[in-house]
Design a binder for this molecule. Structure first.
Ligand SMILES: N[C@@H](CCC(=O)N[C@@H](CS)C(=O)NCC(=O)O)C(=O)O
Length: 208
């Protein structure tokens, strides 16, 4: 398998399937394409990706694009890795919580992932603050429902989706207590940023 990812300090979409592959513990080719180099990035991404976006996964002669599709493919291809829980309701809730995939545009716009940037305190717009409140409420519900330590109990694809979010909260000094957290979501975010998979991604990002 080959996973093509973008510059690791910035590419939150690429991080997700990369974490999932690392968690699954299988060998894969980790191919990096530089982002934000204008024509050069476009040309390089275009060599790999039909959508001109990264990540893409290449396996068995097929190219799969879009981080959610890649994660679902990995869950089906590597059932022994238990990337989703066995319980159908838990999976459905986990997939719902991956609303990060299609939502939270204000937070994503205002707080882009930047692993090389020292933590700061950033004032959020009303729309971004609303996104943070929604994320806190959604994650708190799952932590209560499944009892932690991750959103569906054991680590799953949903946690891969929220790891970049946790890094944004850290970089931009977002006080989750001010957005409805009783401490459980902040503790969960710290836990995500201590996983060996995230630490490995971060170490690559800082060495780029
Ligand atoms: N919905 C897509 C989004 C992928 C995406 O937007 N990737 C960005 C990098 S994080 C990209 O390839 N941008 C192209 C560029 O910067 O030239 C996914 O989940 O894979």
């Amino acid at each position: 398998m080959e996973l093509v990812v973008g510059t690791k300090k910035w590419s939150s979409w690429s991080m997700r399937p990369w974490l999932v592959l690392r968690r699954a513990g299988i060998d894969f080719q980790d191919t990096l394409v530089p982002l934000r180099e204008f024509d050069a990035s476009e040309a390089e991404i275009g060599k790999h990706s039909p959508s001109n976006r990264v990540p893409v996964l290449k396996d068995r002669g097929v190219t799969i694009w879009d981080s959610l599709a890649i994660c679902e493919y990995l869950a089906e291809t590597l059932p022994q890795a238990k990337l989703w829980p066995e319980d159908q309701i838990a999976r459905a809730l986990g997939r719902s919580a991956a609303e990060m995939h299609s939502g939270f545009a204000a937070l994503r716009d205002e707080c882009p992932m930047a692993l090389d940037v020292a933590p700061m305190v950033k004032a959020l717009s009303a729309d971004a603050a609303k996104d943070v409140r929604r994320i806190v409420a959604s994650l708190a519900d799952l932590l209560t429902c499944f009892g932690g330590p991750f959103l569906l109990g054991e680590w799953s694809i949903t946690d891969a989706f929220y790891t970049p979010v946790a890094s944004r909260f850290r970089t931009y000094g977002i006080d989750l207590a001010a957005h409805g957290d009783n401490g459980a979501v902040a503790a969960y975010c710290r836990r995500l940023l201590e996983t060996p998979e995230f630490l490995a991604w971060e170490s690559d990002a800082l060495a780029e």
